[in-house]
Design a protein around this ligand. Structure first.
Ligand SMILES: Cc1cc2nc3c(=O)[nH]c(=O)nc-3n(C[C@H](O)[C@H](O)[C@H](O)COP(=O)(O)O)c2cc1C
Length: 355
């Protein structure tokens, strides 16, 4: 199989692989630039970069400064393609997006919330707007709204299925039957839904699929079904360039299939994580004490939240995995070694060519 390029608006990535944004410092400049240097698209996550122990003002300011700093670092480390991932539930999402565009980046990925105002916030047509969706229904809703209100369509969409890591766009009931919402089922529905908009605007809306893509064979299968590319998260965590603690990576290497569980997150969505001491303690205690000077999430109700998700993810990032949350994809138990991004991408491309 000849390896197809991935075209998003005016951008052409040499290979159809996107490294997914991974919040609370999992995907920063080092990982994203390594992927971009291999010809893929690397994604910096804008989430959880601020100093959450400071006051609201300190956290807000440091999160902006840290994001701009990561963008600047990535720019020095690569001249490949870098995206930034945002969550709609962040209280300062508009400012983070504006700062990213001002810093010169041209791929904005938007998840955890409907991007109904995004084209108004980023009117520049050279900046590519890429919402994350989990169904044809949501694809249609976004396209219809943007067409009516802004006379534009999305430059690509990421279709994230139920096997992905982090927060998931499915209900806990749906997640009990992931086979009913497999990418193989969702992708044809999405391709059909976007067709009238592609015809109307005379251009393709590339669909990038995510969630459980593990081998080059998986990539080949998705491309043959009409996906323009794949987004992968879990496999990039156990790379040398990923900046999480050694303990975080070791938790992936040690995880067994039965250790990977669905949790309720204060964000208001289910999430997937490794069942560790933190989750076991939470089960017993029911609720941890939270002091929150900074309301980072519009959806988090501090009075009733069982724990502070930003703090829990930060703890794991720094290595205190027994007191922190470790997000992962359903396939994390398959990861058995730490490799470089170059080794991982070469392996995937070899498998893709063979397939
Ligand atoms: C540790 C971790 C953190 C993640 N954080 C985010 C996030 O903050 N925002 C987001 O849109 N997706 C997030 N994701 C999802 C990934 O970007 C990606 O779409 C997904 O993990 C793909 O599935 P895979 O892990 O099976 O490859 C996260 C995934 C992982 C593993």
């Amino acid at each position: 199989m000849k390896i197809p390029k991935l075209q998003i608006g005016s951008i052409t990535a040499k290979i159809p692989i996107v490294q997914g944004g991974m919040g609370v410092r999992v995907s920063l400049a080092s990982l994203a630039s390594a992927v971009a240097n291999q010809g893929g698209i690397g994604t910096i996550s804008s989430i959880g970069l601020g100093n959450i122990e400071g006051s609201a003002e300190v956290c807000e300011r440091t999160s902006l400064e840290a994001l701009v700093d990561e963008v600047r670092k990535a720019r020095i480390m690569t001249d490949g393609h870098i995206a930034v991932n945002f969550m709609g539930v962040l209280t300062n999402v508009d400012n983070l997006i504006k700062a990213t565009v001002a810093a010169g980046l041209t791929i904005i990925v938007f998840g955890a919330g409907l991007p109904t105002r995004l084209p108004a916030l980023v009117p520049d047509p050279d900046v590519n707007l890429v919402p994350i969706i989990s169904s044809a229904r949501v694809a249609e809703l976004i396209l219809r709204t943007w067409d009516r209100r802004f006379e534009r369509i999305t430059d690509a969409m990421i279709l994230e299925g139920p096997l992905a890591g982090g927060h998931l766009g499915f209900s806990p009931e749906q997640l009990e039957h992931p086979e009913d919402y497999s990418l193989e089922k969702l992708l044809p529905e999405v391709l059909e839904t976007i067709k009238p908009y592609e015809d109307k605007y005379g251009r393709k809306i590339p669909i990038i699929v995510a969630g459980g893509i593990y081998t080059g064979k998986d990539i080949a299968r998705m491309l043959s079904m009409g996906a323009s590319g794949v987004q992968m998260g879990t496999r990039f965590v156990c790379t040398e360039e990923c900046g999480v603690s050694q303990q975080f990576k070791q938790a992936y290497l040690d995880a067994k299939e039965e250790d990977i569980v669905i949790i309720k997150s204060p964000v208001g969505l289910p999430g997937r994580a490794i069942n560790n001491q933190f989750l076991k303690d939470l089960e017993i205690k029911g609720k941890l004490k939270i002091s929150c000077p900074y309301r980072c999430l519009t959806a988090c109700k501090v009075e009733t939240a069982r724990y502070c998700i930003a703090l829990a993810l930060l703890k794991s990032y720094f290595g205190d995995v027994d007191h922190g949350l470790i997000f992962c994809g359903q396939n994390a138990y398959r990861v058995d070694k730490i490799v470089t991004v170059e080794e991982l991408i070469q392996e995937l491309l070899c498998e893709l060519e063979e397939a």
